[in-house]
Structure formats: structure tokens, C-alpha cells
Design a protein around this ligand. Structure first.
Ligand code: IPE
Ligand code: IPE
Ligand code: MG
Length: 247
């Protein structure tokens, strides 16, 4: 049976093109069950699957998932290792299904900081899903918004030094074009799970006018119905971009 929420989304018609998600609450989900934190991360993979399927069903074009932040490198070594192993497992296990669904995976962030094995897994999933046309999935790994902006400044400075860019030609488009998300529209909707009201250094430039949906649901419990609920919430918003409503 098709979801009643999905029907309502379709009637409204205004589906967000780009949805970004801060997948938070894995540790708390595990703690509530007396389990080690890495079990929460593992369970979170199911929520990733659900969200991708839901995004395809709803007709979302781009899904961006915050999987590991630059600050997450400061977690205990064991937890970082567990998260890297999980990324490898994800790439191996999900590749056939992602291909079948027509999902094109991109991994954005400081990939060079990943260990060789994880980098290989990333390459496998990116190469193996290239050309998928149903959904573009951005997995943000070793990603930080400030670091991304610093990197952009450095790239632009290098072009100025090389004489291929004049300082007066540095505008919003030039800066946006040097971000990991170059060429993509900004997220229309940001979902954060686990009830935290903060951005945690995620897509600082791109979220300027994004609608925010914060849910108390912990990430491992998140499913497509929660995604549809967030989209319905988005559809009730009035986006103004600093302007006034047309009379
Ligand atoms: C999100 O869950 C996953 C990552 C940040 C990698 P957390 O691990 O942050 O879970 P909580 O916030 O401690 O519950
Ligand atoms: C943000 O969650 C990072 C990811 C979801 C990958 P965190 O759990 O790291 O953020 P804080 O520490 O609560 O701000
Ligand atoms: Mg957290």
C-alpha cells in the first residue's frame, strides 16, 4: 500500500530537490539499549537504506547525508575505526542495490585523510554507481563546513597567484564553484535527527536559506515515513529569501 503521506506529498507537488540530513543519535540509541556505541552506528545503516528508498519514492533529486565530520576524528580511536569499517561494509554490501535503484554516489570531504582501505571502498562505490539517474547521493565523509570554506579560499588564491583569476572576479558563483558541492543547488530542506538544535559545522555556505526540520527521532529509528513527514513540513513553509510576499 502506498504511503498516505507520500500521496499527500505528490498532491502538493512541491518536492524539495535537494534534502540534506545530519544523521545524529546513534550513540544514544545504543546506550538506551545497553549496547556499545558502534552498534548504534551499525543500526543506522538501515535508516540510510530507508531514507534513500524514500527519497527515490518521493522524487527527491539530491540527498546529502552527513556521515562523518572533521570533528568526529577527535572521537576515541576505536569508534573512528568502527565508523571507517562501517563505511567499507556499506560500500561493499549496498553497491548492487544502489546500482539497481539508479543511485549515483559521490563522497565529499577530505578523502585524503581516510586510510587506504576506506579510500578504496569509496572509489569502488563511486565508480560502481556512476551514471545512476534516479538519485544523486552525497555522502559527506571527513567533512567540515569551515574547512571547506578555507579550502575554497585557498583554491581561489592559487588561481589569482597563477594569473587565471582576477580578485574582482571572485563573487558568490566563483566561491560556490570551488566547494565540494560545486554545480549542485543548495539544500532546500535540512533534517537533523535526535533533537539537537545546531548545525555542527555542516554546509555553512550552502544552508544559508535552507528550511530546517528537527526531529527527536534517533537516527537508527528514522524511516521513510519520517522523511515524508519532513517533506510535508517543508511543503507547509513559505520561503521568502529575504523578500516580502507578493501582494
Ligand atoms: C551520529 O550519531 C553518527 C556520527 C556522528 C558519526 P552519534 O554518534 O553522534 O550519536 P550521539 O549523538 O552520541 O547519540
Ligand atoms: C554531527 O553530529 C556529525 C554527523 C552527524 C556526522 P555530531 O554528533 O558529531 O555533532 P555534535 O557533537 O552533537 O554537535
Ligand atoms: Mg551526535
Amino acid at each position: 500500500m502506498a504511503s498516505e503521506r507520500l500521496e499527500r506529498i505528490r498532491v502538493s507537488g512541491d518536492v524539495p530537490r535537494h534534502v540534506a540530513v545530519i544523521m545524529d543519535g546513534n550513540g544514544r540509541w545504543a546506550r538506551q539499549r545497553g549496547l556499545p556505541r558502534h552498534m548504534g552506528h551499525r543500526e543506522g545503516m538501515k535508516a540510510v537504506r530507508e531514507t534513500i528508498e524514500g527519497a527515490v519514492e518521493a522524487g527527491i533529486e539530491i540527498l546529502t547525508l552527513f556521515a562523518f565530520s572533521t570533528e568526529n576524528w577527535n572521537r576515541p580511536e576505536q569508534e573512528v575505526a568502527a565508523l571507517m569499517n562501517l563505511l567499507q561494509l556499506y560500500a561493499r554490501k549496498e553497491l548492487p542495490e544502489l546500482r539497481r535503484q539508479g543511485v549515483e554516489v559521490h563522497v565529499l570531504g577530505q578523502i585524503e585523510r581516510l586510510d587506504a582501505q576506506t579510500r578504496r571502498a569509496v572509489e569502488t562505490i563511486v565508480n560502481g554507481t556512476r551514471g545512476g539517474t534516479e538519485l544523486r547521493l552525497n555522502l559527506m565523509v571527513s567533512y567540515g563546513g569551515r574547512e571547506e570554506l578555507v579550502r575554497a579560499a585557498r583554491l581561489l588564491a592559487e588561481r589569482v597567484r597563477d594569473g587565471t583569476l582576477a580578485p574582482e572576479d571572485i563573487d558568490e558563483a566563483a566561491l560556490a564553484g570551488t566547494l565540494f558541492t560545486a554545480g549542485l543547488p543548495d539544500p532546500d530542506l535540512l533534517i537533523r535527527t535526535s533533537g539537537e538544535y545546531r548545525i555542527s559545522n555542516f554546509m555553512l555556505w550552502q544552508l544559508a536559506y535552507t528550511e530546517l526540520h528537527i526531529t527527536p527521532v534517533l537516527w537508527p529509528d528514522f524511516d521513510r515515513e519520517h522523511l515524508f513527514e519532513a517533506v510535508l513540513d517543508y511543503q507547509r513553509r513559505e520561503r521568502r529569501f529575504g523578500r516580502v510576499q507578493a501582494p
